[in-house]
Structure formats: C-alpha cells, structure tokens
Design a binder for this molecule. Structure first.
Ligand code: ADP
Length: 459
C-alpha cells in the first residue's frame, strides 16, 4: 500500500536512499579500519621478529632467547618462542599455554616466514614465524605472537558507535525530510485549495497566485491558462446557442405571422397559395439552417470522417460551376472557369464540392447583374491555390477579419433576404482546415472579392 501523502512518500524515498548510502559508508569505514589495524599488528610482529633475530643466542648449537619472565596465562598479551633445527622448542615465554603449529614451524624451517592466527585459551593471537639463518643455513625458528584483543576491542567500539549513529541519523533525517518536503509541497496545497473554489459556473476566477517561476509556479500559471481557454470555449458555446436560437426563431416567427394573418378571415384560394409559398420558403431556410448547424455540431464533435483520396480539380470544379449556373443565370451573372493545367489534391471530394458551392453561391449572390464570377487555380511549391473571384459588392475592411465567424454577416439585411444564415463561410473554413489547408479573403468594397483556398498538392 502506498501512502496517500506525497510528503510522506518523498520522505520515505529519501530515508531509503539515505539508509543505503549510510550503510555503504559505514561498511566502507569498518572494513578499511579492520584491514589497516590487522596490517599494523602484523607489521609490528615482523618488526619484533627482526629485532629478536639479532639477539638469538646459540647454546650447544641450538638457538634460544634470553629468558624473560613467563607471563601468567590469564594476562598473556604476547609471547616469543624459539625452535631448533629439528622443530623442538628451545624457548617459550608463554609457559606452554600456546599450542605449537607444527606445519608453520616446518614451513619456516624450509626458509619461508609466515603469519597466521592461533587460539590461546579462547583468545585469538597473530603469530609470525621466521627462520633463524646462520652462515647460509637455517639453524632454527623464532616465533613472535601478540593477542588481537586491542584490535577487536577497537572494532567492537566502532560497530557500537555506528549501530547507534545509524538509526539516530535516520531519525533526525526523517524529521528534516518531512519538514523540507512539507515546505516544498505547501504551495501545491495552496493551489489545490484555491482551485477547488473555481466552479464551472464561474470561470472568470483565476488562481492569480504570486508564485516564483518554478515547477509549482508554472503549474499554477498553466492552470490559469487552461481556465482561460475553457472560459473562452464556454463563452463561444453560449453565444453559438444563443445565435442559433435566434436564427431559428426568425423564420418560425415569420411562418407563425403568415398563418395567423391567413386565419383571421376567409380568403381566396390564390391568397392561401401565396401564404403557403411564403411558408415553404421559410421552411426551406429552416432546413438549410438546421443542416448547417448539424454540420458544424458534428464537425465540432469530430464526428465527420473525411474520406481522403486524390482528387483532380479538373473533375470537381467544372461540376460545381455547372451546379451554380442556373442561379447565376437568374442573377444575370457570368460564370467563368479559367482553363488551367490540372492539379491534384488529397481531399474528401464531397466536402471539397460543398466548399466550392458555398463560395460560388456567395459570389453569385453578392454580384449584381452583368458582373463576373470566375474560378481558377494554380500550383506553387506543392500547394494548390483555388480562387473564386467576383466583381460584386466586396466586403468592407472592418468586416473582413470576421466573415469566417459563425453567424457573422457583413451586410445583415441583404444576406438574410438572400437566404443566408451566416454559417456558410464558417463551414468553408472548417473544411479547409480539416484538410490541413487554409482559406483567406481579399476584398475591395464596390469592386469585388477573392476567396482563396490553399490545399496541399497530393496524390
Ligand atoms: P451567408 O450565409 O450569410 O452568406 P456566409 O458565412 O457565407 O454567410 O458569409 C458571411 C458574410 O460574408 C455574408 O453575410 C456576406 O456579408 C459576406 N460575404 C460572403 N461572401 C461574399 C462575397 N463574395 N462578396 C461580398 N460579401 C460576401
């Protein structure tokens, strides 16, 4: 089970790491000291054996040492012994307390000195055996030995100290760790408390915390930016719903008005027919509007799957122009299709056709009789620019940046009477962007407009 507090988790990780480091450090100290102390003990034994070799006496050809008082076995700290060339003891200051290591004596008699440990009355001694050489021949062996009691005592004290210091350090470090983690995490708790106060109803609130430019500061700022984006998209959603309701209400009110007037008294068949015709037009407008709304809602929800394929403009553009021809004829507008070298784009052919029809429809509706609407395209650097140009009313500069916004109409009265909902260009922009492309407009009031769709060339 992992603790739910990050502060506790951080502290535990920190303690674990510290424990590993301390353990490695303590083991290092202990082993180094142990090695050095034993090396010192052995060095001092060698030095003493060299000293004794200079004072070896020979009695009857057998080497021996000057008599020293044999220590009592319980106080035995060190002892010296001498052996003759047959390995028999000629001197022993331990008074016979220490067992003889016959193997080590034989090795020394054959010329090689050695150090090993022996057990004397339950305590460990290090013993150094060295050959006694006279005139190039080994005459016997001397052995010097010392108890390792001091070394063992020192090592035991060190172990005890480390054994107390280890948990004590961890205890102090855990308190320090909790304190530090608490300090570092306090701003996060603060951010959480303030964030909890921000509700979906009141997205105008911000954390607005005066934090330094560190991890928590960045978190708080990112949070504020996210709330700002949410607020913006909520606002747009609200506006969209309000605009859509308004757009739906207008034709419904018109229909209701027509029907109520018709019902006030008995009328001729011709005037009923007239009412029905008007109602039919309004219903058509409603159907177009609902279809556009549905397209945008599904586009927003990412529900429109684009069926990309290689589309030749030569196969799509003339068809679109033909579809608008009756409307153009009605408005007395001339439609021109500039003949270009064919270009191929990766696109959904149905959506590309819808985009073109929207642009052509707008161009024809905003161009007076005798005007010209032309379609052309060109390929530059792997990009295809498809343009619809008209010689119509044009769009005033102040409206230009907003014509692609939903429900935006530059000329409200005209656009509505022409049956527009203000959604056509937003659908065009969505289609262009869904293809990874873009749409732009250039316009001069009174002289005409050019809408250009830029798409990537592709097969
Ligand atoms: P609508 O359905 O009203 O045409 P659009 O989104 O298609 O809506 O266009 C938005 C507005 O941009 C229109 O109301 C119109 O004022 C302006 N507009 C679009 N195309 C043209 C054009 N070719 N010439 C002049 N104005 C245009």
């Amino acid at each position: 089970m992992t603790p739910r507090s990050l502060r506790l988790r951080l502290t535990l990780w920190y303690l674990l790491l510290l424990a590993v480091i301390l353990a490695a450090f303590s083991a290092g100290i202990y082993l180094t000291l142990r090695h050095n102390l034993y090396a010192n003990l052995d060095d001092s034994l060698e030095a003493r054996s060299e000293d004794l070799l200079t004072v070896v006496q020979f009695t009857g050809g057998r080497p021996t040492l000057a008599a020293t008082l044999p220590a009592r076995p319980s106080e035995l700290e060190q002892f010296d012994r001498a052996y003759d060339s047959s390995g028999a003891l000629t001197f022993d200051s331990s008074g016979g307390a220490a067992p003889v290591d016959a193997g080590a004596v034989r090795a020394a008699l054959s010329g090689s000195a050695s150090t090993h440990s022996i057990d004397v009355n339950g305590s460990t001694f290090h013993a150094h055996l060295a050959p006694i050489t006279l005139e190039g021949r080994v005459q016997g062996v001397i052995e010097v030995a010392r108890s390792d009691g001091d070394v063992a005592d020192t090592l035991r004290t060190l172990l005890l100290t480390l054994g107390i210091a280890f948990p004590a350090t961890l205890a102090v470090a855990s308190m320090g760790g909790l304190f530090l983690a608490g300090r570092a995490l306090a701003p996060i708790d603060h951010v959480t408390r303030v964030a909890r106060r921000i509700s979906a109803e009141d997205l105008s609130q911000r954390l607005a915390l005066d934090l330094p430019e560190d991890e928590v500061g960045r978190l708080a700022r990112t949070f504020d930016e996210m709330i700002a984006r949410l607020e913006d998209s909520f606002r747009r959603q609200r506006e969209f719903t309000a605009d859509a309701s308004h757009e739906l209400r207008t034709p419904l009110t018109a229909i209701k008005g027509q029907i109520e007037v018709a019902l006030t008294k008995q009328r001729s068949a011709a005037s009923y027919e007239e009412v029905l015709r008007t109602v039919n037009e309004e219903v058509d407008r409603l159907i177009r509007l609902v279809r556009s709304l549905l397209t945008l809602a599904r586009a927003d929800a990412g529900q429109i799957a684009l069926a990309f394929e290689a589309v030749s403009l030569q196969s799509v553009v003339p068809g679109a122009v033909e579809q608008v021809r009756p409307l153009a004829a009605e408005h007395g507008v001339e439609l021109r299709l500039s003949s270009n070298a064919d270009a191929v784009v990766r696109a959904d052919p149905d959506l590309l056709l819808q985009l073109l029809l929207n642009l052509l429809d707008n161009a024809v509706k905003h161009t007076p009789a005798e005007g010209i609407v032309s379609v052309s395209w060109r390929t530059i650097d792997g990009q295809v620019d498809l343009s619809v140009t008209d010689t119509g009313s044009g769009i005033a500069a102040e409206h230009l940046p907003r014509v692609f916004d939903r429900f935006y109409r530059a000329d409200k009265a005209r656009s509505r009477s022409a049956g527009g909902s203000g959604l056509g260009l937003s659908i065009c922009r969505w289609i262009a962007e869904a293809h990874g492309g873009s749409i732009s407009v250039e316009s001069e009031p009174g002289r005409g407009s050019t809408f250009t769709v830029r798409l990537a060339e592709g097969r």
